[in-house]
Design a protein around this ligand. Sequence first.
Ligand SMILES: [Zn+2]
Ligand SMILES: [Zn+2]
Length: 160
Amino acid sequence: MTIFHCSECGEALTLVLTPLPAVPEPPPFERPRPGARGPEATIPRGHYAIETEPWGAPYEPYPDDEEGPAQRRAGWMSDMRGLLRSAGPRGNIVLNPEDALDLIILVDASMGCCGGPSGTQGLNRACRCGQPVATLAADCTTVYELHLDADSVRADTTAS
Ligand SMILES: [Zn+2]
Ligand SMILES: [Zn+2]
């Protein structure tokens, strides 16, 4: 049983969460969550999992002979340099966005077309003290996940 706190001010950022062994496959896009066009949350309520691969900004070009999605559970991304892949941090703490406490919305140029940001522009949610702590992905074109930045939060684990 773990609660994640802001490393800057110590404020609790999440409800009490139980770890999953890995980030599960997201629900199918054909089954949207109520009130949105995007899919249901990747992580069930009350849980979290660690993303072991790079996730989020910045993105870098794939080497010439390689190709693939921008990151796990994502579509392909490209710019004038060609196909892109995440060169972002490893070890993000992935949770259901509904399990986060009040976070401040930061300006995010990746604002998607409907449900929220696509989450490709870096941290877009802050603790109430102002410390950026998380990236929300919530648009219809992407998964519905909140990623806590491992370097900006502290895990308090208690025996259940
Ligand atoms: Zn804080
Ligand atoms: Zn959309």
